[in-house]
Structure formats: C-alpha cells, structure tokens
Ligand binder design. Structure first.
Ligand SMILES: Cc1cc2nc3c(=O)[nH]c(=O)nc-3n(C[C@H](O)[C@H](O)[C@H](O)COP(=O)(O)OP(=O)(O)OC[C@H]3O[C@@H](n4cnc5c(N)ncnc54)[C@H](O)[C@@H]3O)c2cc1C
Length: 304
C-alpha cells in the first residue's frame, strides 16, 4: 500500500494527471472481468511510454501492457505493479504507396477502414476482430487460415530495458497465435504493413461477408474474449467441445456459449475464478473423451 502510494506519487510527478491507482481492470477487458491494477497509465505519446518503461526498469516495478483487452483474462485480485494501456492516444496512421504505418494503439477496425478507403487490399479477413494493433501483432491475430503476419513488414518495439528496436517480419517469429513477443516481452509501438491495390467495392463486399459470418456464429450480445482455446492440429476446439456436450455448461456466471462452443460468455457477474473453473472442466473433459490436450488462446494476467 505504502509502496503503491510512493509509485503513484513519483510517476504522477513525471506524468501529471495521467496516472490512476487501483484501477478496476474489468473496465478494460471485453470479458468485463478483472480486479484492480495497482497503477494504471494510458500514454498519449511515445515520450510517455518511454518514461513509464524507464521508471519501471529503474525502480524494479513490474510492468504489464494491454491493448483493447479482447484476449485477456485478468485475475480477480488484479495486477501488481504498473499496467500500461496502449490505446487511442497512440493511433496515428499514415499511408505511402502500398504501405500503412500505424501506431500500436490504433484499433484493427481503424486500419481496415483506412485500407479500404485507400483501395488497399489484404486486410479483409480481419474484419470483425476487435483489438488494437499491438495486441494483434503480439497474438498474430487471424481468421480463415490467414493471419496478421502475412501483412507485417516491420515492427517498432520498445524493449523493457528502454531501447527501441525495429524488428523484421522474420525476426518476429510468427506462428499460429504466437510471436517472439510472447517469449521476449517488449512494447509494440508502431507497425508497418504492406498491402496491394484492390478495388474498393470488392474490399467492402468481402469485409461485409466476414462480418456477417461472425454476427451469425458468435455470441456478441455477451461480454466474451473470442475463442478461448487454440484449434488443435487438423481439428477445431469448438467442434470437440460441442461433441463432448459441453455447450451451455456453467460455473457461476461464466457459461460455454450455447451458440459457439469455443466462446465463454459472461452472463453478468462472472469472475476470473468462474472462467478458470470452466476452462479446467473443458480441458479435463476433452482430454478424457478425445485424448486431446487443449491449449488456451486467451492470455492470463494477474495474481492468483
Ligand atoms: C468477439 C471476439 C472475436 C475475436 N475473434 C478473433 C479472431 O477471429 N481471431 C483472433 O486472432 N483473435 C480474435 N479475438 C481475440 C482478440 O481480439 C485478438 O487476440 C486481438 O488481437 C487482441 O488484441 P488486444 O489489443 O485486445 O490485446 P489484449 O487483449 O489487450 O492483449 C493480448 C496480449 O497482447 C499483449 N499486448 C497488447 N498490446 C500490446 C503492445 N502494444 N505491445 C506488446 N504486447 C501487447 C498483452 O500483454 C496480452 O498478453 C476475438 C475477440 C473477441 C472479443
């Protein structure tokens, strides 16, 4: 408590009016779940990110970065140390020829709209995926057999020692819902995407098809975090969970969606403990019934 007050005061002196304490993380996740972050900052420029990273390194205070919180389960007791949210304060975007340069806090939807308006194709399959650019690159977000990695040229990161690095696509070591950043943490600051000229109407139509499919198949009326489990090789997690008869299973206010078996929905006041209880039951059942060890796609953060 005393230590948090000192961190709050010191960081507030460096970033006046921008630091919050005991911020409820449920306000920053699409699941609407998560206890308080000791210290919470949403920077509005690169200098502020730099200041936070250097402060955290010098004082040995842990730092956790979030984007739109659309792939995150944050524990009920919250996150100790500093949470930095890379969001709308850092969303500048520019287009030169076939390249889109965008800051990590921009929403995926913003980039898709800019690409469509400029007649640049390749982003269509991402239509309807919530989340910010930093989170999309960290996760290598994707759909329909394609992923962000196919569009990334370079990624500007600030590592936790306070140094900027420009990383190539190869160096990002993208894989199925993974990147080097999941093993070597750093903050994504800016991304350069490569694209190609395409007819605007065709782009619009293809995006509308992807959006309509999502609306029909996903439980978007309830707070959720998209697919909870990765698809095992050659199969689909949703198919296995449905085949095991687990649709509709509930722990507290967390429920396996009756519409899409790989989604867990928050019926109102679900806790992280409820969701974890459900995740454990699904993993155990699928392993017992089909001999498949499901791996979570969602990321976990915070103290037990
Ligand atoms: C309705 C719904 C549908 C979805 N559909 C899909 C889908 O089809 N395909 C898919 O891939 N995902 C899907 N998702 C999951 C989610 O939208 C993606 O994983 C998204 O890319 C996460 O971005 P975010 O900004 O919300 O990241 P967050 O959830 O905030 O964070 C996710 C991880 O990224 C890290 N991170 C975030 N920002 C940064 C940064 N700037 N620098 C470094 N690390 C960072 C965090 O530490 C965390 O570990 C869906 C989610 C929902 C709610």
């Amino acid at each position: 408590m005393q230590a948090n007050l000192a961190i709050f005061n010191e960081l507030s002196a460096l970033l006046p009016g921008r630091v919050r304490s005991a911020e409820p993380m449920k306000k920053h996740t699409t699941w609407r779940i998560g206890g308080p972050a000791d210290i919470f900052v949403e920077p509005i420029n690169r200098q502020e990110i730099y200041t936070i990273v250097n402060y955290s390194r010098d004082r040995g205070v842990p730092l956790f970065v979030i984007g739109a919180g659309s792939n995150l389960l944050i524990s009920d007791s919250g996150i100790r140390g500093i949470v930095v949210k890379i969001s709308s304060g850092l969303d500048r975007l520019s287009i030169v020829d076939n390249e889109i340069k965008v800051e990590a806090g921009a929403r995926l939807a913003q980039v898709l709209a800019a690409a469509r308006d400029a007649g640049l194709g390749g982003f269509e399959f991402l239509a309807g995926i919530p989340g910010n650019i930093g989170g999309a690159v960290f996760m290598n977000a994707g759909s329909n057999g394609s992923s962000v990695s196919e569009l990334v040229k370079k990624v500007l990161i600030l590592n936790l020692d306070g140094n900027y690095e420009c990383i190539s696509n190869e160096e990002m070591r993208f894989g199925y819902r993974t990147s080097i950043l999941q093993f070597d943490p750093a903050i994504v600051v800016e991304v350069i995407f490569t694209s190609y000229p395409r007819d605007k109407e065709q782009i619009k139509q293809e995006m509308a098809i992807f959006l309509a499919r999502r609306k029909a198949s996903q439980p978007l009326a309830y707070p959720n975090a998209g697919s909870v489990f990765k698809n095992p090789p050659g199969d689909s997690a949703g198919r296995l969970i449905e085949a095991a008869g687990l649709k509709g299973l509930r722990v507290g206010d967390a429920q396996i969606s009756p519409l899409h078996a790989n989604f867990i929905i928050n019926l109102g006041s679900a806790t992280a403990r409820d969701v974890l209880g459900l995740i454990d039951q699904v993993k155990e059942t699928i392993n017992r019934r089909f001999g498949v060890k499901l791996q979570p796609e969602v990321k976990f953060a915070g103290q037990e």
